[in-house]
Design a protein around this ligand. Structure first.
Ligand code: KMH
Ligand code: ZN
Length: 275
């Protein structure tokens, strides 16, 4: 039975520049303030990419540890670090993200064209990430950019076992140029494919750019959860730049309430995700 809605905020990402998108949270202060305000509105998980002093994407180990500690202070918001990083990040640095000890980390289930770039996720790398998360009790969110990534996940779980906590949660990242489209048809195809994954597998979805709204509505009506934020969406409506991550979370909360699936609290979200 579908209950409330898990809302994840992905506030920063690695692709937009602060110069182009001044509202993007890039400093630790900006990020922690964003986290506090988003959790007050109804977000339960934060998907984190960090930036260096020049606002460039970084996987600096010390900065990641400091970020996890700061986000945990005074809130039970679930901290999910990105192991995807930027397309230029080497595998070793992406694996080392786990050393910062987050509650959750992303694990992308295959290679995908990513605009003009390639987001490389070799099978051996995926196995390494999955196994290290199992050993450390870090709960993965499996990132699905294309339908075949779910087949890869079925293979991964079959060969290497369930993740820490025993619950499987996936996130459909839709509308990336090179990945699956951000359409209701594609979302339904992915949801159907969940039948081949362990019973109780949950999904959230995010639509990049102009697929934001169609994907949000499709996910809510299909029993899924939501990821929103400036990592994926920098235009609120035609000709209207996003003012803040809080604006996107507030919209997601209002849609979830309309669907009579109100936001899960962080405590409820922890129960759902096996944390
Ligand atoms: N920045 C993208 C190349 C993740 O966070 O795990 C990868 C990404 C996925 O954002
Ligand atoms: Zn990300």
């Amino acid at each position: 039975m579908t209950t409330g809605t898990l809302i994840t905020v992905a506030p920063t990402g690695a692709e937009s520049s602060k110069a182009d998108v001044p509202a993007l949270p890039v400093t630790l202060d900006e990020l922690t303030l964003t986290a506090k305000e988003c959790v007050a509105l109804g977000a339960a998980v934060i998907h984190v990419h960090i930036r260096d002093d020049e606002a460039r994407p970084t996987l600096d180990a010390g900065r990641l540890r400091e970020t996890v500690a700061a986000l945990r202070e005074g809130s039970d918001l679930i901290v999910q670090l990105s192991t995807g990083g930027a397309v230029t990040d080497p595998e070793s640095a992406r694996l080392a993200v786990l050393d910062a000890g987050p509650d959750m980390a992303s694990c992308t289930m295959g290679t995908v064209n990513f605009g003009d770039d390639v987001f490389l996720n070799r099978w051996e790398f995926i196995v390494d990430l999955h196994s290290r998360m199992q050993e450390r009790g870090i709960v993965p969110e499996y990132e699905i950019f294309d339908l075949g990534h779910l087949t890869a996940l079925q293979r991964l779980l079959g060969k290497y076992g369930l993740p820490a906590g025993g619950h499987v949660h996936v996130d459909f990242v839709m509308g990336v140029p090179g990945g699956m489209p951000g359409t209701t048809d594609a979302l339904v195809a992915c949801r159907q494919a969940l039948r081949d994954l362990p019973e109780g597998t949950t999904f959230s979805a995010t639509g990049v750019g102009r697929s934001t709204l169609p994907v949000m509505l499709a996910s809510l009506s299909a029993g899924g959860h939501l990821r929103v934020g400036m990592e994926d969406t920098i235009t609120y409506a035609k000709g209207q730049p996003v003012e803040s991550n809080m604006q996107l979370v507030a919209r997601a909360v209002s849609f979830a309430q309309l669907a009579q699936r109100p936001p899960l609290t962080p405590v409820e979200a922890r129960q759902l995700l096996g944390l």
